[in-house]
Design a protein around this ligand. Structure first.
Ligand SMILES: NC(=O)N[C@@H](CC(=O)O)C(=O)O
Ligand SMILES: [Zn+2]
Ligand SMILES: [Zn+2]
Length: 351
C-alpha cells in the first residue's frame, strides 16, 4: 500500500437490490446480518410456497419487520413471484399501496424454489403490459431452463431467446437483469438505451468457476447463475466500478443451512450478507476505484427504483490486521456458512 492510500471511506448507507431472507428460524438469524449494514433491500419472494399476491407480500413484510432487532434501521421492499396465474390487478393494487416494489420472474425450474415460475412468457403478457403502464420494474432470473443448453451458456442464451423478444413485445417495461454473470449480459445492458438495468452480486465480483471446481468440489461456491470464466468476472468488475448508473449491487445473499449445501445434490446459493461491504471495498480498492463504491452500493439502485438515496452514512476503515467475521451464522435449523472470499479482508465497517 502506498503511504497516501485512503484508510477511511464514508459513503451513504447502502441498499441491497436482491436479497433472500427466507422465513422462520433462518430469517430470524440472517436478518440482523443485512440490517446492520443496509437500509433497504429488495426481498426475493421464492419461499415455499412463494409470495404471489399482494396479501402474501404484506404478511411476509410483517414477519420480516417482527424479526428485526430492536432499533434497526431497515426497510424491506417486497416483490411478487410471477406465476402463470398472476392477476394483473392484484399486482397493480399492491404497487399502488406501496406493498410491492417489483415483480420477480423465475423461469420455471431455473433455480432454488422456482417450481411455480413462469412456463411461457405469453401467459403473463397481461401482467407485463399492466406493469409497463404503471412503471413497475420486473426483476428477472435470466437463465433458460432447456436441459440441452449447457449450464455455462444459459444466461447468454436467455438474452437472445427470451429477453430480446420480450423487450420488443413490451418495450416500455422496466427490467432488472438480476445477478448478471457474463460479459454478454454486461454488453447487452450497456448497449440498451433505456429502462434496462442489472444487479451484480458480491461473489461474482470475486470468484470464477475455478473456485467451485479446481482442487476439489466446493459447494459453498455453488450458486445460480453459476460463476463463469475469469474474463467474465473481469467484465463484471469493470461494470461495477465504472460508475455506470445501470449497474448496482444486489448481493443475492442466499442462505442455506450447511446440511442442505453439503449433500449429494446440494442447494444453489451463497451467503454474503455478513461480510459484503468488506469484500466490496477490497474489490473496488484493487481496481483503484474506491471512489466509485458509493455509486454502486448506494446511488445507482435508488435512482433506478425512483427512491431517494439514504441520508445516513457508513464509514469503512482500512486496517492492517485482517477483519474478523464469523465463519458461519448459527440458526435454529443449523449453521449457514459465510462466504469466504479467499483472501484476507482489511476494510472494517465502523460501528
Ligand atoms: N442464487 C442462488 O443460487 N440461489 C437463490 C435463488 C436465485 O437467486 O436464483 C436461492 O434462493 O437460494
Ligand atoms: Zn436467481
Ligand atoms: Zn437470488
Amino acid at each position: 500500500m502506498p503511504a497516501t492510500a485512503p484508510t477511511r471511506l464514508t459513503i451513504r448507507r447502502p441498499d441491497d437490490w436482491h436479497l433472500h431472507l427466507r422465513d422462520g428460524a433462518v430469517l430470524q438469524a440472517v436478518l440482523p446480518e443485512t440490517a446492520r449494514d443496509f437500509a433497504r433491500a429488495i426481498v426475493m419472494p421464492n419461499l415455499v410456497p412463494p409470495v404471489v399476491t399482494g396479501a402474501d407480500a404484506a404478511a411476509y413484510r410483517d414477519r420480516i419487520r417482527a424479526a428485526l432487532p430492536p432499533g434497526a434501521d431497515f426497510t424491506p421492499l417486497m416483490t411478487l413471484y410471477l406465476t402463470d396465474d398472476t392477476d394483473p390487478e392484484d399486482v397493480a393494487r399492491a404497487h399502488a399501496a406501496g406493498i410491492a416494489t417489483a415483480v420477480k420472474l423465475y423461469p420455471a425450474g431455473a433455480t432454488t424454489n422456482s417450481a411455480s415460475g413462469v412456463t411461457d412468457i405469453e401467459k403473463v403478457r397481461p401482467v407485463l403490459d399492466r406493469m409497463a403502464e404503471i412503471g413497475m420494474p420486473l426483476c428477472i432470473h435470466g437463465e433458460v431452463t432447456d436441459p440441452s443448453v449447457d449450464i455455462f451458456d444459459r444466461e447468454a442464451v436467455f438474452i437472445d431467446k427470451v429477453l430480446k423478444p420480450l423487450r420488443k413485445k413490451v418495450p416500455d417495461l422496466r427490467i432488472v437483469m438480476e445477478h448478471v454473470t457474463t460479459s454478454h449480459a454486461v454488453d447487452y445492458v450497456r448497449d440498451t438505451p433505456a429502462r434496462l438495468a442489472a444487479t451484480i452480486t458480491t461473489h461474482h465480483l470475486i470468484i470464477n468457476r475455478n473456485a467451485i471446481l479446481a482442487g476439489g468440489i466446493r459447494p459453498h461456491y455453488y450458486c445460480l447463475p453459476v460463476a463463469k470464466r475469469e474474463r467474465h468476472r473481469v467484465a463484471l468488475v469493470e461494470a461495477a466500478v465504472s460508475g455506470d448508473r445501470r449497474f448496482f449491487l444486489g448481493t443475492d445473499s442466499a442462505p442455506h443451512v450447511d446440511s442442505r449445501k453439503l449433500m449429494e445434490c446440494g442447494c444453489a446459493g451463497i451467503f454474503t450478507a455478513t461480510n459484503t461491504l468488506s469484500c466490496l471495498a477490497e474489490v473496488f480498492e484493487a481496481a483503484g476505484r474506491l471512489d466509485d463504491l458509493e455509486a454502486f452500493t448506494s446511488l445507482n439502485g435508488p435512482r433506478y427504483y425512483g427512491l431517494p438515496p439514504n441520508e445516513a452514512t457508513v464509514t469503512l476503515v482500512r486496517e492492517d490486521a485482517p477483519v474478523t467475521y464469523p465463519g458461519a451464522i448459527e440458526t435454529a435449523d443449523g449453521p449457514v456458512t459465510v462466504f469466504d472470499p479467499g483472501f484476507p479482508l482489511h476494510w472494517r465497517v465502523e460501528r
